[in-house]
Structures are given as C-alpha cells and as structure tokens.
Design a protein around this ligand. Sequence first.
Ligand code: MF3
Ligand code: CO
Length: 249
Amino acid sequence: MITLRSQREIEKIRKASLIVAEVLLKLKEHVLPGVTTFELNQISEDLARKHKARPAFKGYQGYPFALCTSVNEEVVHGMPSRKRHLQEGDIISIDFGVVFDNYFGDSAITVPVGRISEEAQLLCTATEESLHAGISQVVVGNRLSDISHAIQSYVESRGYSVVREFVGHGIGQHLHESPQIPNYGPPGRGVKLKAGMVFAIEPMINLGRPEVEILKDKWTAVTVDRKISAHFEHTVAVTDNGPDILSHL
Ligand code: MF3
Ligand code: CO
C-alpha cells in the first residue's frame, strides 16, 4: 500500500527534507583533505540537534551513526571512522536523513575532496543527472518503473552501471515505506503514480561492474571490482504540477 499524503503532510516532509538539505550543504564545506568521516558525522548530529530534528539513520536496524560516509569504492552505508582521513582526489557520498515533527526526509550527494580526476567528476555528474532523469518521470499517470527505466537508460548510455542490491523507497512517517524503487527496469510497469505519493529516489552508480559486496562490518557496501561509485538522492512528491523536489534548498 502506498500512502497518499495531504498537502499538509507534504509540507511536513518538506520541512524535514530541507533540514537534511541544509545539513548536506554545510557538510560539503567540511569535505576537505585531512578531515575524518567521524568529524563529518559529529557535525551532522550537531546541526540536526540545532534544527530540533532527530537523525533518522541512528539506531535504524542497529546502524550506529547519524550519517553514512561512503568513500571511493564504497557504494552506500559507509560507516564514519575516526581513522578515515579524507585524501585529495577521493569522492565521498554523504547520505543523511532526519525526522522532524514525526515526518522523515532523506537525501544524499557525492562530493569531491579537493581536486579529483576527470573520470571521477564525470561519474558524479552523470549520477546526479540520472537522478534528475528519474525525477522527470515523477508525473501523475506515469508508472513507477518509468522512473527506474529513465535512470538506467541514462546511466548505461554513458557506459556506467546501476547497482541492483539497493533501491529507492517511499518515505513519510517512516524512513522506508512502500514502494521500492529500483534504479533499473523496463518502462510501463508497477503502480500508476498519483498526486500525494512521496518517494526517495536514489541511484547508486558504478564506474565499472554493477556488483557489490558487504564488508565484515555488516554495513559498508563496496564494489566487487573496487572501482569508484557515486550516489545522489532526493525526496520528491508527486503533484498535479509535476515533481516537487522536497529536499531542494
Ligand atoms: N538513504 C539510505 C536509505 O534510504 C540510508 C539508510 S542508512 C541506514 O536506505 F542506516 F539507515 F540504514
Ligand atoms: Co534513502
């Protein structure tokens, strides 16, 4: 069952999502060579508290941090560490979510650490653009898999690969609600999109092969070929006037 949200509820999800967006913007300024991923985690917790919001990931299925920090070949769910100092040339995906007034917001960006290779920059740009290709399908009357298909087509036409093991999701009164939103698939399948549905769309895109594995820490997903990966995510509402990106500042 996919919950349809009233305009009042959508505004609450927007509030949560805008807090996430502001935190990500601030974190971006701190992504510099030498900074540890643990410091980024602490900053995200402090900022959430300042906004009177609760970090949504901390404690979720036992995840111990507020933030996910996935560096280079780490795809998603990278765990912050006091020992992981960012280095010039790295890319880092920072994924954050909060609950505010009982509603959730969820967003992620991948940012460069200092100067990075053109190859890495192109992957990041293509991943963000694939998210927007997906969002452009968030239109009343379209089918759910039109989002998936748009992302996959965009990504594969550029020679990159789509991660299959993790998907986007409905969001609202929980971090993860139905439906699941794969970042690949044929067009024209799944439910018809209706005004009031709210989705977190989150392509994870690999430079090399699509396969991922989970490290012994039980959380960190890395590419099997250890080539780099990027991740962008927005919380988006379906409206009669097209997609409303709730996590856009
Ligand atoms: N944006 C991710 C998701 O929607 C982050 C979840 S991390 C977790 O799954 F720790 F909360 F699982
Ligand atoms: Co998410």
